[in-house]
Design a protein around this ligand. Sequence first.
Ligand code: HEC
Ligand code: HEC
Length: 369
Amino acid sequence: MGLTKDQLAQFEQGKVVFKRVFTPENGLGPLFNGNACSECHEDPVAGGVGDEVEVHATRFVPPNTCDPLFQEGGPVIQQNATPLLQAHGIQKEEIPPSATSQARRTTPPVFGFGLIDAIPDETILAYEDPNDKDGDGISGRANRSIDGRLGRFGRKAAVNSLSDFNAGAFPQEQGITTPRLPVEETINGKPVPQGTDPAPDPEISLAEIEQVTNFLRFLAPPPRKFVKDHREQEQVEQGKKIFGKVRCARCHVPEMRTGPSNIQALNKRKVALYSDLLLHDMGPVLADICLDLATPSEFRTELLMGLRFRKHFLHDGRAKTIKEAIEQHGGEAKNSRDAYTALSAKDKEALLKFLETISDLFVPAHDNG
Ligand code: HEC
Ligand code: HEC
C-alpha cells in the first residue's frame, strides 16, 4: 500500500516480534494461550486466521453491570501452563466461580487493521442510533472502555486502539509481562507460585510492542477478488445491490475513510471494512458474555474485510458456511435475515457470489510468510 523504505523496515522489524516464539526462559507463561502472535494469527501468512479457539468468561449483572473478573484472573482464561507450573499441578486456568457465562472466540485475521485504527471516532459515531430514531429495528451503539474511550477492537469492540490491543495481547495470550503490566496475571486470583516465572520482568519492552503495532499498522488489507468472467461480474454487481436492498449494509457498512495522517499509506484512505464497528443486539441464540458496555447478546458487526480467509464463521465458529452465518442472525438483524430468506434462489446465489469476492484466497501485497 505504498510504504516508504523506512516504513517497510519498521514493518519487517515488527514482523520479527510478531513471529517471535517465546519460551519459559524468555518470558512465556507460566499461564498462556499461545507462544507467539503468529502461532494463532498465521494462515495463510502472519496476520491471518488461526484454528485456536479461546475461552473468555465474565460476570453479568442485569440490566447493565459487567465485571471482567480481574480479581479472579481476568476475562481471558488461559488454556496452557509451562512445565514449571504444571509441576505444581496446574494445567490451565479455570473458569472463575463468579462468572455468569463463558464464551468461545475464534482467531480472526487482522489484515488491514492499521486502516481500521485510523478511522476517526466521529466517523463511527455517525452510524450510532442507540434509540432507533429512524425506526428500522436496527440501533447500533458504541462500546466504551472504563476510561470512556470509544472501543472498536475485539468481537465486543471493547478495546480502543491497535496499540492497546497489542499491549494487552502479550500478557493475556502469552503470559509476557510488559512495562504497563509488569507483574504476572494471577491464576484465578492467586499469585503464580514462586520459581515458576524465571524471566526478569518486564519480559518485553514498550519499543518492541510498538514494533508489533507498526507491523499490523502497515499490513495491507486483502484486495477484492477480481472477477474476469462477464456473466459472473454481472452476478456480483447484482449481489452487491441485494446486499444493500436487504439491509446487510446497514450494519456491514461497505466503506469508511481514515482521518488525516502523516503516514501516507493511512492518510484519508478508503477502507472496505464492511462493518460499522458498533455493537448490535443479535438475539438470545448468539449471546454469551458481557464486556464493558456490551451486554451478552451484543456483538460488534464482524468485519467482512477478511471473510475470504475464514474457514468457520461467527464469534465462536459455530457456522460452517457463510449461508449458515446469515441464517443465524437474530435480534436487530432479524428483519434483514428474513428479507434474505425470502429472496429467490437466484438472488441468494448472487448475494453469496458477491460475498465471495470479498472472500476468496489471495496473496497479500507484502510477502510476510
Ligand atoms: C492463542 C491465540 C492467540 C494469540 C497467541 C494471539 N491472538 Fe490475537 N486474537 C486471538 C483471538 C481469539 C482474538 C479475538 C478476541 C475477541 O474477539 O475478543 C484475537 C484478536 C486480536 C486482535 C483484534 C481483532 C479484531 O477483530 O478486532 C488483534 C489486533 C490481535 N488479536 C493481535 C494480536 C497480537 C499482536 C498478538 C501477539 C502479542 C496476538 N494477537 C496473539 C487469538 C490470539
Ligand atoms: C443488525 C446488524 C447486522 C445486520 C443487518 C447484518 N449483520 Fe451480519 N453480522 C452482524 C454481527 C454483529 C455479526 C457478528 C455476530 C457473531 O459473531 O456472533 C455479523 C456476522 C456476519 C457474518 C459472519 C462473519 C464472520 O466471519 O464471522 C456474515 C457472513 C454476515 N454477518 C453477513 C451478513 C449478511 C449477508 C447480511 C444481510 C442479509 C447481514 N450480515 C446483516 C451484524 C449484522
